[in-house]
Design a binder for this molecule. Structure first.
Ligand SMILES: Nc1nc2c(ncn2[C@@H]2O[C@H](COP(=O)(O)OP(=O)(O)OP(=O)(O)O)[C@@H](O)[C@H]2O)c(=O)[nH]1
Ligand SMILES: [Mg+2]
Length: 374
């Protein structure tokens, strides 16, 4: 397997030298134990003013650190740094597995072996966790940090519905097969909420997830980037926003689908009204109204409700099929309702159950089959 350990850095000049040495030892062991493993350490430095990048480049000249690589960019936050690192790892270094790891020695490099072991056991997404049995953090964490971390985890489980216990851990191994199913460019968090957002997307893709307990150590040297500044507050707000978005994403879609359907029905009625005067045959007028409103529904559902990347023509053909199925379901249920309540056959409420069932069938088929969304 090609394994790429990604270390994002911003002002980690003192830590990076120790980290590269420590990781070197681990890489040596990994490659000794399994001859088919190749391990690369990729530093993603955001032009650190303290010279972290220069230090890495100097180390790279030493042949004993031939596993070391660097990519550099402007400071755009942790999330953006990881996206750049992951894309580079997959596209240029052909990574099968990507490891996320802080560069400030809070994550024990020896545990990389544990992460890889679980990948070999068949997991897609392995997380070193503070919040499962065996997990902890050193006690010098301020009350604010502890509270913050705990609330983040309660929110991600309670509101967004994640199953994982440590949703903000930054020490994880992820298979590229999972990352390839996720549109990394579309990840909205640039800061710390990135860990949560990526995990959410992986859970949606049914990644096999494993958490194991570990001790999150104190930072050795350098400064934490976490302080109560504007960026951090924005990050917390973004975290809450994402949690609600994830929770209500599906209900927003169903609402949009309903609005489109209702507008489409009105269009259908108007067209019927205009056409029937000339055509005079109800069946033909309705068929024209139906097909034209279907075009309208399709357009809005494709570009607005599901914001789809599917090929429009293919989706349109499928949508014609699924709409026909739901039309048949609606008519059948309406027929059954009118037989069951034959006394009220002429009541205008009779089609309601049929419309309800038809709507759900239409939505589920459109979502799963036409626009292929989870
Ligand atoms: N490339 C890049 N790396 C970053 C950025 N922000 C943070 N990092 C790195 O991400 C890792 C985690 O950041 P830290 O500041 O240590 O955050 P933390 O571990 O949650 O906080 P502490 O416990 O206080 O250290 C470290 O290796 C940082 O150098 C950034 O904007 N760009
Ligand atoms: Mg840290």
């Amino acid at each position: 397997m090609n394994i790429v350990i990604i270390n994002p850095t911003y002002n980690e000049n003192e830590n990076i030298k120790i980290l590269v040495k420590e990781i070197g030892k681990v890489i040596h062991e990994l490659e000794e134990n399994n001859k088919s493993d190749t391990v690369i350490q990729l530093v993603v430095d955001d032009s650190s003013p303290d010279g972290t990048g220069e230090t890495v480049k100097t180390l790279m000249k030493d042949s004993s650190y031939s596993f070391l690589r660097i990519i550099e960019g402007n400071k755009e936050g942790l999330g953006k740094a990881y996206v750049r690192g992951m894309k580079y790892a997959i596209e240029s270094l052909h990574a099968d597995v990507v490891i996320e790891m802080d560069a400030d020695l809070q994550h024990d490099p020896k545990l990389i072996k544990t992460l890889i072991k679980y990948i070999y056991d068949g997991y897609d997404f392995v997380i070193a966790s503070r919040y499962v049995s065996g997990g902890a953090y050193e006690k010098t964490w301020s009350k604010f940090r502890v509270l913050n971390s705990k609330i983040a985890n309660i929110v991600s489980r309670g509101i967004a519905g994640l199953k994982t216990h440590d949703t903000t851990s930054g020490f994880r191994a992820i298979r590229s097969t999972i990352l390839n199913k996720i549109d990394l460019e579309n990840i909205t968090s640039d800061g710390y909420a990135f860990q949560f957002e990526l995990l959410y997307l992986a859970e949606k893709k049914h990644a096999k997830i494993k958490e194991f307990g570990f001790l999150f150590k104190d930072r050795k040297f350098g400064q934490s980037k976490i302080s109560l500044n504007k960026q951090y507050i924005l990050d917390i707000l973004n975290f809450f926003f994402l949690a609600f978005k994830f929770r209500y994403l599906n209900s927003i879609k169903i609402l949009k689908f309903g609005v489109v359907g209702l507008t489409g029905t009105i269009i259908n009625l108007i067209i019927y009204h205009l056409v029937i005067k000339d055509v005079k045959i109800a069946f033909i007028a309705e068929a024209i109204g139906y097909e034209l409103s279907l075009f309208f529904n399709f357009g809005f559902n494709h570009y607005w409700t599901f914001k789809s990347n599917e090929k429009p023509l293919k989706a349109l053909i499928k949508y014609n099929g699924t709409s026909l199925i739901s039309l048949i379901v609606t008519s059948t249920v309406t027929q059954i309702t009118s037989l069951l309540f034959s006394k009220y056959k002429t009541n205008f409420l009779i089609p309601i159950p049929g419309i309800g069932v038809g709507f759900i069938v239409n939505y589920v088929l459109a979502k799963k089959f036409v626009w292929r969304q989870k």
